[in-house]
Design a protein around this ligand. Structure first.
Ligand SMILES: CC(C)CCC[C@@H](C)[C@H]1CC[C@H]2[C@@H]3CC=C4C[C@@H](O)CC[C@]4(C)[C@H]3CC[C@]12C
Length: 279
């Protein structure tokens, strides 16, 4: 707005300015400088405001936590629970699953075409780690995931909403051979313990204060869930089921997406196995 007004004023006053002399000219130059300064100040103000918004969102200090409306937090918990419910109902329906990949160690990925045409993938594996340990690695220490999983560039917890729910921003890595390319995600992640199992649910959310980042395609992960159950009472082995339900967005042939996603699940499992074996 300001630049347009300045241009208009300059246009109107140009003939008069030409006929000015001495002090008058200096005065006009000073006014010009003042306008530029004002303009810069307004830009700086806007930038600081944007950065402050992001900062207060990313690192809620005790003061901010109090000022977060309870209603908003409640909404995240609801969204997390809802994601878990709908993902579990996809898993519970045993009809229509087709085996995509079976590996010699017993890892299996199945797929199912959902109404609307999108394929979802279900990975089923046994991991040599306890349910609690996996919960610690995948939920409590989710921000450390890039350290053991090269498919992840960064995961940031933007908000802790109670003990079971977090809001996260995730960026996948640009890895060789991944035809889909880098993506970023904004999600609510919810966890709950039930009998000998732990469930991790998640869904994509939208936040005005965290619009899609320039240079990234914002994808949507979920409704998704991971179900972890102890194999039996006296072992530390876990039966691990992961429903991957991802809309990768962008312009990509379905065939490429549907080949890459089950591979990404197996890669994830490989890195997770290595990580828990080294802990
Ligand atoms: C092929 C391209 C587009 C994507 C490849 C990376 C995929 C596999 C990555 C990107 C973001 C990742 C998710 C980020 C956060 C969580 C929450 C955690 O509690 C369980 C794992 C889970 C659910 C990750 C699973 C793997 C994931 C979906």
């Amino acid at each position: 707005m300001l630049p347009a007004v300045v241009k208009l004023c300059c246009g109107i006053s140009y003939p008069h300015l030409r006929s000015m002399a001495g002090l008058q000219r200096t005065a006009v130059a000073v006014i010009g400088q003042e306008i530029t300064r004002l303009q810069r100040w307004a830009q700086v103000q806007q930038l600081t405001r944007q950065q402050a918004d992001l900062k207060s969102f990313a690192e809620p200090k005790p003061k901010n936590i109090k000022s977060v409306p309870v209603k908003e937090n409640h909404l995240y918990v609801q969204q997390g629970q809802e994601a878990m419910r709908s993902a579990l109902s996809i898993l519970e329906d045993k009809e229509g699953w087709k085996v995509e990949i079976t590996q010699s160690n017993g890892d299996v990925v199945c797929s199912k075409v959902m109404p609307g045409g999108r394929k979802v993938f279900r990975l089923e594996v046994v991991l040599e780690a306890s349910v609690e340990e996996l919960y610690d690695v995948l939920f409590v220490r989710v921000e450390e995931m890039h350290q053991w999983n090269p498919s992840i560039q960064q995961i940031k917890v933007l908000k802790h909403v109670g003990p079971e729910t977090i809001v996260t921003h995730e960026i996948s890595a640009e890895t060789a051979g991944n035809l889909i390319g880098q993506r970023d995600f904004l999600s609510v992640r919810h966890s709950c313990k039930h009998k000998a199992g732990i469930y991790l649910g998640g869904a994509a959310i939208e936040l005005e204060s965290f619009p899609p980042q320039t240079g990234f395609v914002r994808a949507k992960d979920g409704p998704t869930c991971i179900v972890m159950q102890a194999l039996d009472e006296n072992t530390t082995k876990t039966h691990f089921t992961w429903l991957l339900n991802m809309d990768v967005k962008g312009w990509l042939p379905k065939s490429i997406v549907n080949q890459t996603l089950p591979r990404a699940q197996l890669d994830f499992t490989r890195h997770l196995r290595r990580h828990v074996s080294l802990r």
